[in-house]
Design a protein around this ligand. Structure first.
Ligand SMILES: Cc1cc2nc3c(=O)[nH]c(=O)nc-3n(C[C@H](O)[C@H](O)[C@H](O)COP(=O)(O)OP(=O)(O)OC[C@H]3O[C@@H](n4cnc5c(N)ncnc54)[C@H](O)[C@@H]3O)c2cc1C
Length: 543
């Protein structure tokens, strides 16, 4: 095989690209990963954003693990390659009007006592809610590892796949189907109103419904987003709950890269791809052209990039069916997320739970989402074209466990905040982002008065930077919204949810396929499996 020729080329060295490459190489395929940036990992990245303080490292975009299946962990032997998770502590919210709420997932009596401070009725309802959600997660979780069938297709193989899926769910009763329907169609606000009465509990439980979403808690479909973030089992073994990887999220990508290399994968960084080449006659993918003009050939190409980049820029409309090109053009990819990373001289000293010594409430999510109305107002501001006056924030302090990220005695705090107008993905808005970050910090300072003074450095990453520097078009954190019309057999386009594309030989491993987004590796694994299955099939046909 010529030096510039490969069995498989993977475009993009984010965690999904790396997973795809590792699976392909395990079958003996000569595999190359091409990554535009200087490092691999994409949105799973640990960086030192302050040149004058390189001893502080932040998990710059994504910040916690949950959905990586045991299959991938075992197949790629990730623990042997350095993958280590610290399970997260409880959910914590200190309220501007005083008091706090700590939700202990593992200790039902403590959770009861905490919730009963705000509502005895809600304390009684909480275990039932958890059981209800657990039952639904048991139905939805395994679907994440299911390749969506091409619903509506009359091809025998597609019909068989649709029937197999229906058969698998034949045991579901009317009640469960009704509950799944509710979950798929309701707003998280309406759903929580059915279960709980206190604004404090509803605020706490609404957060997962709007994470990364261009929708406030009153928008239909947000109940499903909550479920997506609450699934703890994808059907191949119970996962740990949310957790912090040692070394930050970049360490997860590093473990996958190390496993890929051990399987023989070559990884080139600083190698932006400009084009995916397509043979004129057969319409098959034949390789890639890099931005510097270098041409590389491959029997299989896997793209893990945002679908607008992969298909509209790299493949080109001229090689795509017009329906598909139009679906990708209309792909919704907004978020309005701003990530704020802080280096802290000391831990937040909450008025409701005093002390700068490490305590349990520092070890989980340290929220600023005191009620659903608070979250909703933040969204309305952004939808009307203004950055939120009082943004909501999903905060975490990974250094409560992971001492590799900052010097002894100091801490890193990661604030995942929403929303700024989605149009901010097109322009930097640098000054306004700093003012927005000031307001986020002020909200924490109201409940922990040492907060502002403890900040040594800060790093604010808005949608423009996410698009320009990381390829997250529109600033969407998942390569495309998790809205109902973009899920399962529609992700990223009807007829192409099986990780294949309209271009034979080109496979899709992006978070814009089913089970993405999130750092779960499932799209990478499924795209590689589809490519491997197709090659075996054509090898059999040639015999
Ligand atoms: C702010 C933020 C917070 C998040 N928080 C969480 C979280 O806590 N937990 C969680 O599970 N998920 C989280 N996510 C989502 C998760 O990080 C992503 O869904 C996931 O990392 C995407 O992985 P990927 O491999 O599919 O794509 P990416 O990580 O986007 O990787 C694509 C890669 O392709 C590269 N690339 C782009 N263009 C080219 C080109 N022309 N040539 C070659 N390479 C190219 C990019 O540089 C990148 O490395 C978050 C995302 C963001 C942005």
């Amino acid at each position: 095989m010529a030096a510039d020729s490969y069995d498989a080329i993977v475009v993009g060295g984010g965690h999904n690209g790396l997973v795809a490459a590792a699976y392909l190489a395990r079958t003996g395929a000569k595999t190359l990963v091409l990554e535009a940036r200087g490092t691999t990992g994409g949105a799973a990245t640990t960086e030192a954003p302050w040149p004058d303080a390189p001893e502080f490292r932040v998990t710059r975009l994504s910040y916690v693990m949950s959905l990586l299946p045991a299959t991938i962990m075992n197949d790629l032997q990730l623990e042997r390659h350095g993958y280590k998770i610290f399970p997260m502590g409880p959910y914590y919210q200190a309220f501007p009007e005083g008091g706090s709420l700590t939700l202990y997932e593992e200790d039902s009596q403590r959770a009861y006592d905490e919730i009963a401070k705000w509502s005895k009725r809600d304390a009684d309802a909480y275990p039932k809610w958890n059981a209800w959600l657990g039952g639904l997660a048991d139905v939805l979780g395994p679907l994440l590892l299911t390749v969506p069938p091409a619903i509506g297709s009359r091809k025998p193989a597609d019909l068989a796949a649709t029937l197999r899926l229906a058969w698998r769910h034949r045991g579901l009763d009317v009640r469960t189907i009704a509950d799944v329907t509710r979950l798929m169609t309701m707003s998280i606000a309406d759903l929580l109103d059915d279960w709980f009465e206190s604004p404090q509990i509803k605020g706490a439980l609404a957060v997962n419904g709007v994470i990364g979403t261009w929708a406030g808690p009153y928008e239909p479909g947000t109940a499903y987003v909550m479920a997506h973030h609450s699934i703890g089992d994808v059907g191949d073994g119970r996962l740990g709950s949310w957790g912090f990887p040692e070394g930050g999220m970049g360490a997860v990508a590093d473990a996958i890269a190390s496993s890929a290399r051990a399987n023989g994968v070559t990884i080139r960084t600083g190698a932006p791809v400009a084009k995916i080449t397509v043979a004129p006659g057969s319409g098959r993918a034949t390789g890639v052209v890099l931005a510097n003009g270098e041409e590389l050939r491959a029997k299989v190409v896997v793209t893990s990039l945002h679908p607008k980049t992969a298909f509209l820029d790299h493949v080109g409309r001229e090689h795509l069916p017009s329906d598909f090109a139009s679906d990708i053009e209309h792909w919704k990819t907004r978020s309005g997320v701003v990530k704020i990373n802080l280096a802290l001289a000391e831990l937040p000293d909450f008025t409701a739970n005093p002390g700068t010594n490490l305590q349990e409430h520092h070890t989980g999510s340290v929220e600023m989402a005191p009620s659903m109305e608070y979250i909703e107002k933040a969204f309305i501001d952004a939808r009307e074209g203004r950055p939120a006056l009082r943004p909501f924030s999903d905060g975490v302090i990974p250094t409560a466990f992971d001492r590799t990220l900052s010097p002894e005695g100091t801490h890193i705090m990661s604030l995942f905040t929403q929303w700024v107008p989605s149009e901010w993905a097109s322009e930097p808005h640098a000054d306004e982002l700093e003012k927005y970050a000031d307001r986020v910090i002020d909200t924490y300072n109201e409940v922990a008065p040492n907060f502002k003074g403890a900040i040594l450095h800060r790093d604010v990453v808005g949608p423009y930077e996410m698009e320009q520097d990381y390829g997250l078009i529109g600033g969407n954190i998942f390569h495309g919204e998790l809205s109902l019309e973009q899920l399962f057999h529609m992700r990223p386009a009807p007829g192409f949810a099986d990780y294949r594309t309209p271009v034979p030989g080109l496979y899709n491993a992006s978070s814009a396929t089913h089970a993405g987004g999130g750092v779960c590796g499932i799209p990478g694994m499924q795209a590689a499996k589809a490519a491997i299955a197709d090659r075996r099939k054509s090898a059999r046909a040639r015999r």
